[in-house]
Structure formats: structure tokens, C-alpha cells
Ligand binder design. Structure first.
Ligand SMILES: [Zn+2]
Length: 440
């Protein structure tokens, strides 16, 4: 008797942990059941992947879905729709919503809410405050929680934890890897007075200079080594930090943003104005080159979009009234595929950084690799497809992307979450059936 699967992916070139291999994949009950399937096997659904590459479902470990917040900008429903249109099967959502996810009641609400609203699987960050440090050890073990997020700078209100004493207490509060926004808050505030309203948008990188980021990371690394608590430095933006972090590999992993690998100052500020403003800022060629060098030498563990949409009208305000943050979850994979086609990294490196890497750093269970028993999450990509990214393609209600007009080669063809096709050829299929991801 021949085998029968729920889903068969035939004829694709698969990005296995040990390299690219042409084979057929069978999925059953939402998980990968077989790598290499005989031609006699049957299935409820067969995807013809000839001419396509089959990647493990790509993960965006850094999104702000703004929910609860302002549904005219983004929601879990719209932001995860954008994710699957862009070939992403799992997102990790940041806690700085309105209100923020900082206690067990709000976390319980969010856990129930996202499983009715999400198109892809989802992990939730819990935000640290100076008031909730004693409950972080419990909160970080909650269902679907990918970890604690600390804003050591660049936040407002209760989510800001900027002083060494509080940071050390946070590090001594639990045991999972903590994710940090690392910009030194004191230096940010001290330098604010050097600039005035209406200065050029490029002032953003002068205000939040290299030393703001580097000083923040030096302080965090000293405390991480002192306490032994593992740290994940989000959106590393300077050559100095990338060199420094290599000496802290026993406690530190790090993330790069696609923007810092794609856009360069001052050109981006001249061309995009407020649409280029993000934190930490896009910097000059020296830092761009250092980011690519660090990616190639293995310093980088994950790549994220830092999807953080705002209204276009707010982004068009003069600097520094324009808020920091960019739409990005939908364009992350297409742009990284374009970088692969341009020879800047290999497809296997992309898979390591966008699937296996996030899984390893956050302790994600059953995702990030094409192996038997793992979730049947797949991103099928057409490496030869040429497209132009347009605002009209963006599913987030804010309706804009800083990459509008960019021509890319390589495009997500289909997105499969736990054996269910949720996107095929730019169409979202079925209904939102995302679940909370599981973490060890
Ligand atoms: Zn962020």
C-alpha cells in the first residue's frame, strides 16, 4: 500500500539543514512526515513546486503589530496577513502596545486574542518595567511567550528600564534569553538639545549617534557577563558594536534589521525623508559594510524587519516630530531574497538567519528546519521572479513601505503554516488559524 499524506510538495529544491536537495516532502497532521517521498504516494493536496525552492517557514522575530492600539495603522489580523503575503509563517510580536503587555492579565488577554486573529503562528514578548521585575520569571514562561523585551533606551513611560541597578535586577529575575533595545537613554536625552525642530531628517543619525548605541551595548554586556544572563541585542546598527559583541559570544546573540542591510545614509534621508526615520537609525556606508561583513562571518544570529508602522501623515511631519518606525514584515523576505540573488549571501545563509537562527536564539520548538517531526511550515519561493515593490501591495492599513519602487528578484510564491496553505500567488487563502508558538 502506498503512503497517503495530507499535503505533498512535489518537485521543489528543498533547503534542508545539510544543504539544498531536490526531493518531495510529505506532511501529515500539521507536521513534516517524510523527506523524500515515492512517486506512488498520494495526498489530499499536492503542491507542484517545480521551479521553486522550498524553505522552512521564515520567521520575523521582531514586529510591532500595534494591537491593542490604532487599527487604522495595524492590527494582529492585518499585520499577520501582511506577513503571510510576504512569505512569513511565524512572527514575534513586541509588547509596547496600548496598553503594554506587562502583566499576567494583559498577557492572558493577548494569548486568547491572537489565536482568533492571526494568519500565521505567533510568539509574544512580555515587556519589562521597573514595577514588574518580580513577576518576569513567571511571565517569561507563559504559553506562547518568546521572551522578555527590555527597552534600555528609546521608549517612554513604564517600558523604559534605563539604569544599571534596574537592568541588573531584570537580569537576575529569570533565566531565558532577554531581548534588548540597546541605546543609552542618558546620552540620547543629553544630545537632544543639540538639535532643533525642522532640522534635516539626517539629523536623526547625528542625534542618536554611534556612541549612543555602542555605550548602551557596553553597559548591557558588562551586566550580562556579571549576572551570566543571556542577552539578545536587537537591531545592532554600528560597526563598533558588531566588533565588540564577538568577545561576548558566551552571553550574547544579535539581530540585524533588513533596513540596515539595504539602506544607506545620507541617501535614504534625502530620498525618503521621515519614512527613513527609525531607531536605531540608518547610518552611513561604513556601518552598512560592517553589517554585511558581520553577517558573512557568522556574528549575526537573526534578521528581523522591526515592522513598526505609523500613519503616513505622522511620518511626513518635520524631524523630530515624525515618529521612528517603518512598515516591514511584508517586504522582509522579498528583499532578503533579492540580496541572495545579488550574491550578498547564500540561500542557506538566509535560512539560517531567518528560520534556524530565531528558533535557536528564542528556544522555539518544532520550527525553523525542514526535518521530520517539525511543523509543516514552508515558504515556497520563486528565485527568478522579478517584481517591483509597491505601496498598493502592502496589506497593513497604514498603506506605505519605505521600499516602494524597489525592483527585486526573488519572490514568495506560497506560504504554508502547519500544513495549511495560507498564501498562494499573492492571494491569502482560507481563514486566520495561527496559533501561539511553543518555546522550551
Ligand atoms: Zn522594534
Amino acid at each position: 500500500m502506498s503512503e497517503h499524506f495530507d499535503l505533498l510538495i512535489r518537485g521543489g529544491v528543498c533547503a534542508l539543514p545539510w544543504g539544498l536537495e531536490a526531493l518531495d516532502i510529505g506532511a501529515k497532521d500539521g507536521r513534516i512526515a517524510a523527506l523524500g517521498v515515492s512517486s506512488h504516494a498520494s495526498a489530499e493536496e499536492v503542491i507542484d513546486a517545480s521551479g521553486l525552492h522550498v524553505l522552512p517557514g521564515l520567521i520575523d522575530p521582531h514586529v510591532h503589530l500595534r494591537d491593542p492600539g490604532d487599527p487604522k495603522i495595524e492590527t494582529v489580523l492585518t499585520g499577520t496577513r501582511a506577513a503571510v503575503l510576504g512569505g512569513i509563517t511565524t512572527v514575534f510580536d513586541m509588547p509596547n502596545t496600548s496598553p503594554a503587555i506587562t502583566d499576567s492579565d494583559r498577557l492572558a488577554w493577548k494569548q486568547g486574542y491572537v489565536e482568533r486573529q492571526s494568519w500565521c503562528d505567533i510568539g509574544l514578548y512580555v515587556g519589562a518595567t521597573k514595577e514588574n521585575i518580580d513577576s518576569l520569571a513567571t511571565l517569561e514562561l507563559g504559553h506562547g511567550v518568546c521572551g522578555v523585551k527590555v527597552f534600555a533606551g528609546s521608549s517612554t513611560g513604564p517600558l523604559l528600564v534605563e539604569d544599571d541597578e534596574s537592568l541588573e535586577r531584570v537580569m537576575r529575575s529569570g533565566r531565558r534569553r532577554i531581548s534588548y533595545h540597546s541605546e543609552d537613554e542618558y546620552r540620547l536625552q543629553a544630545r537632544k538639545g543639540l538639535f532643533k525642530n525642522g532640522d534635516p531628517y539626517a539629523s536623526h543619525m547625528a542625534w542618536r549617534d554611534e556612541e549612543c548605541a555602542f555605550l548602551g551595548t557596553r553597559r548591557l554586556m558588562a551586566l550580562a557577563r556579571k549576572t551570566g544572563r543571556a542577552a539578545h541585542i536587537l537591531h545592532v546598527s554600528t560597526a563598533e558594536e558588531l566588533a565588540y559583541l564577538q568577545d561576548f559570544r558566551e552571553v550574547a546573540t544579535c539581530e540585524l534589521l533588513v533596513n540596515h542591510l539595504t539602506q544607506v545614509a545620507p541617501e535614504c534621508y534625502d530620498r525618503l525623508g521621515g519614512l527613513a526615520v527609525m531607531n536605531p537609525p540608518i547610518r552611513d556606508q561604513r556601518h552598512y559594510d560592517a553589517a554585511w561583513a558581520a553577517l558573512r562571518n557568522g556574528t549575526i544570529d537573526t534578521i528581523g524587519s522591526d515592522h513598526a508602522p505609523h500613519r503616513r501623515s505622522d511620518k511626513e511631519k518635520p524631524w523630530p516630530e515624525c515618529p521612528g518606525g517603518l512598515t516591514g514584515v511584508q517586504t522582509l523576505a522579498p528583499i532578503m531574497l533579492d540580496h541572495v540573488n545579488a550574491g550578498r549571501l547564500s540561500l542557506c545563509q538566509l535560512v539560517d538567519l531567518m528560520a534556524a537562527g530565531p528558533s535557536r536564539v528564542y528556544g522555539l520548538i518544532g520550527k525553523g528546519r525542514l526535518v521530520a517531526g517539525y511543523d509543516a511550515d514552508f515558504t515556497l519561493v520563486d528565485m527568478g521572479r522579478q517584481r517591483r515593490i509597491e505601496d498598493s501591495w502592502i496589506a497593513s492599513p497604514c498603506g506605505w513601505t519605505p521600499f516602494a519602487g524597489m525592483k527585486v528578484t526573488g519572490w514568495p510564491h506560497a506560504t504554508v503554516v502547519r500544513g495549511q496553505v495560507v498564501m498562494r500567488e499573492d492571494e491569502v487563502v482560507g481563514a486566520p488559524s495561527g496559533r501561539l508558538a511553543r518555546f522550551g
